[in-house]
Design a protein around this ligand. Sequence first.
Ligand code: ACO
Length: 371
Amino acid sequence: MSENNVLKRASAAGLDNVVAAETALSHVDGEAGRLVIAGYDLEVLVASHDFEAAAALLWRTAGLDPAPDESAVRRQLGEARVAAFRLVPLLLASTKGLTVTEGLRAGLSLLSDEGDLPAHIRAVGAVPVFVAALCRREKGASAVAPVAHHGHAADFLRMLRGEPASEAEVTALNAYLVTVTDHGMNASTFTARVIASTRAGMISSIVGALCALKGPLHGGAPGPVLDMLDDIGTRENIMPWLRREIAKGERLMGFGHRVYKVRDPRADVFNKAVTLLTNGNERVLFARDVEKGALAALREAKPDQRLDTNMEYYTAILLEALGIPRSAVTAVFAMSRVVGWSAHVMEQERVGRLIRPQSAYIGHWPDEKAA
Ligand code: ACO
């Protein structure tokens, strides 16, 4: 097979450039490095919305009727966190030995399709409660109950640590959560829409989306980014380590993206947030040096590829600065992206058409086998 055909088949296998849905929720311009969420440029959205305001915006944009206002979303999410806490004993009893992401997957599966609050609210409210309880179990601590009138980000940090976070930390976490609410037709969002198209409902769509997010090529990269920084250890070791890994055929976590061919704009938002939060401490400076080295090593080894920093690189550093355990970074990503998934489910349910593509058969035909 010619190299061109191999490339074409790889692109087809990854559905590259295939438009799978129409959405008003977000747009990724990979050439310009621009992300628009519900009509706002990312940087403007982050500066003007906290998590609850962004969630209300996305659900309104998805056509939720009646259109939710910010204060109703705040109140309902508080109630949903309190309701989810009642499931924590069952969650902890049934997830012994599982990772935080696996535990979250089990926890979301405990939610019923029907309930007093809408399913999307119950799911979004449950994530921080379950993640905080699962993280605390890892260090042998008991779960801390939510406080309904606290903000979502502040309540999560308090449930995680057992004490309130500073205002700067809450602001930084809100910046993170708002930034990752939605991102075009990524793998987990597509998964959610496929499941929603079968009319399986909100909770099933969200559980499936989380399963897709879990992989290291999607939401599972930040943990390995921190492992990489630890492994490199010193500035002298940056280039030898990176060159050795690339030569072994390993991928550098936090670099490369299917759509962004320039720097992921989300990486800049997180870089700014972590710099403000930590006053540009040594860890951040070291991470910047590793980033420079990685971009140089990738250019050197793969001059034909356009590989730049993706958001997972600075996600790792920002969440580490917020004291979020390495084992929980994917689950904290889900804490925000669950809003985008649910909004896409709403859009997809309105479309109402089953997603059912075709495949190309490359096996034997019965008459060929007989011959
Ligand atoms: N390090 C080294 N080489 C890379 C990297 C990387 N991070 N990313 C891509 N490449 C190379 C591939 O090895 C391949 O090279 P080759 O042609 O010499 O074999 C070439 O670039 C093209 O790679 P593809 O796999 O075709 O690119 P794709 O668009 O499928 O990859 C992906 C996107 C999966 C994100 C990839 O860049 C990657 O694996 N990155 C590391 C994991 C990561 O950071 N994931 C988080 C993504 S952001 C998010 O999902 C929220």
